[in-house]
Design a protein around this ligand. Structure first.
Ligand SMILES: Cc1ncc(COP(=O)(O)O)c(C=O)c1O
Length: 463
């Protein structure tokens, strides 16, 4: 290759990719005999690959990201205009879009107050962990430093975030991990029979009380933070049981523990409210968000805190160490907040929260119809346009279907031009949940096509 590229020469693009690009989450042996997939274009709910094949994207860019859909010229224009005016300055200074977006965001988050910009979900979560640690040092002589995380939750890819990771296959082979992170039990009611002592009635409060049990075992004076997904995503689309979140808030208040809610997936509309936690009427101390903040039009993540948390970092200005001594180079890129402003305006202008609730209910009904048809669908879980179907070999034992069969359903749908997802290499023996998260613009007709494809795939794979 001579380095002169014509982007329309797709075979050359594929060869360069095969030769040099290391794909995420991919075993590359397959590309010695088959071509890597290149996604070339997107519009609305649809993407086209290198062969010009059209797909309906039922997972918003693969990982719950492109919430307002592809090809949004108004976002591209906002980013372009901002880049020409000022592309970057370090986050120790403010920027016009950073300032505007912070006010728009806080307006959607009653009780919250401060926005810290960075550029990935993992990074935002790391900032949250650092705040807990610094507060422990400032107020409790370093003792109240432990951070609790939950079985089956994921908070990111760095060693710090994997130390707070409840998905053992994500963490496998990357240890040793950072000390001071402690696992608490999951709250998946469908699998409560695997948890010793779980009641049939009142599971939500019981599941929250399991966290209190860990706090007491560790010593409440050693626990500074609790980090949870509002609805667990890659761990199997786990919607929280009734009473769970309310009890979690009580426990955090009782033991003076900061509640850090990881909204990296639910953030900005996915569940039909701006944030997942807003379904449960609770007040977080810290909220992290990334993917849906700008729908992937620019990299942006935010850690949002209460004024109370913020004040802990400015109460002693005479102490040169008494502020949040953290930086994120690309947290100063202005493209992120410029895209986020327009992304939020689109959600409002087009009534996408309402559409999410409406279409989420429709798609849930359609999945329940499939459950009536296929015994292998053991459980359907959903919140807005965040949906999962857990596959089991029989409904009595709830034994998980083998991951390769789950992947066969995903592969069959892909053949049909429908991109769906599944839990993968996350939970040993339990990567058995199909995942759906279409863009918030989805219409009934798109959902019908997605469900038809899954129906066909299930029929073939489980014939
Ligand atoms: C709940 C949750 N938190 C954090 C992350 C990490 O985000 P990022 O990949 O932007 O670092 C993810 C990514 O999938 C996630 O699902």
């Amino acid at each position: 290759m001579d380095g002169t590229f014509n982007e329309n020469d797709i075979s050359r693009i594929v060869e360069a990719d095969r030769a040099h690009v290391w794909h995420h989450l991919s075993q590359h042996k397959q590309y010695e005999t088959g071509d890597p997939r290149i996604i070339v274009e997107g519009k609305g709910m649809r993407v086209w690959d290198q062969h010009g094949k059209e797909h309906i994207d039922a997972v918003s860019g693969g990982v719950w990201t492109v919430n307002v859909g592809y090809g949004r010229e108004s976002i591209a224009n906002a980013v372009r205009d901002q880049l020409i005016k000022l592309n970057y300055f370090a986050g120790s200074a403010g920027s016009i879009p950073g300032s505007i977006f912070s006010e728009m965001l806080i307006d959607k988050m009653p009780g919250m107050s401060r926005v810290y910009y960075c550029n990935s979900g993992s990074e935002a979560n790391e900032k949250g962990f650092k705040m807990v640690r610094q507060i422990a040092h400032k107020r409790y002589g370093g003792k109240k430093h432990k951070i609790l995380f939950r079985d089956r939750d994921y908070h990111g890819t760095t060693i710090g975030c994997l130390s707070a990771g409840g998905q053992d296959e994500r963490g496998a082979q990357y240890g040793p991990f950072t000390p001071g992170f402690v696992r608490v039990p999951h709250c998946l009611e469908y699998r409560s029979f695997e948890q010793e002592g779980a009641p049939v009635e009142g599971y939500g409060v019981w599941a929250a009380n399991q966290i209190e049990k860990v706090i007491l075992e560790e010593g409440a004076d050693t626990v500074g933070g609790l980090c949870l997904e509002p609805v667990t995503a890659g761990g199997g689309v786990i919607t929280p049981p009734d009473g769970y979140w309310e009890r979690i808030r009580e426990i955090c208040d009782q033991y003076d523990i900061l509640l850090h809610i990881d909204e990296v997936v639910c953030g900005l509309g996915r569940t039909g409210t701006w944030f997942g936690y807003q379904h449960y009427g609770i007040r977080p101390d810290m909220v992290t968000m990334a993917k849906g903040v700008a729908s992937g039009y620019a990299a942006i993540a935010c850690l949002v805190t209460t004024e109370e948390v913020f004040n802990m970092f400015k109460d002693d200005a005479a102490d040169p160490m008494n502020y949040f001594r953290d930086i994120s180079t690309f947290g100063g890129c202005t493209a992120g907040p410029a895209a986020a402003i327009e992304n939020m305006k689109i959600i409002e202008r087009e009534g996408l929260l309402e559409n999410t609730l409406k279409m989420g209910a429709y798609m849930t009904d359609k999945l329940l119809e499939l459950q009536d048809k296929y015994d292998v669908i053991g459980d359907v879980r959903s919140k807005g346009l965040f949906l999962g179907a857990e596959l089991v070999t029989d409904r009595g034992s709830k034994a998980p279907v083998a991951e390769k069969l789950v992947q066969a359903v995903v592969g069959d749908c892909m053949q049909q031009g429908i991109v769906i997802g599944a839990t993968n290499r996350s939970l040993p023996g339990k990567n058995n949940t199909l995942c759906f998260s279409p863009a918030l613009i989805v219409k009934k007709d798109d959902i019908d096509q997605i469900i038809d494809a899954v129906d066909g795939a299930m029929g073939r794979v489980f014939a």
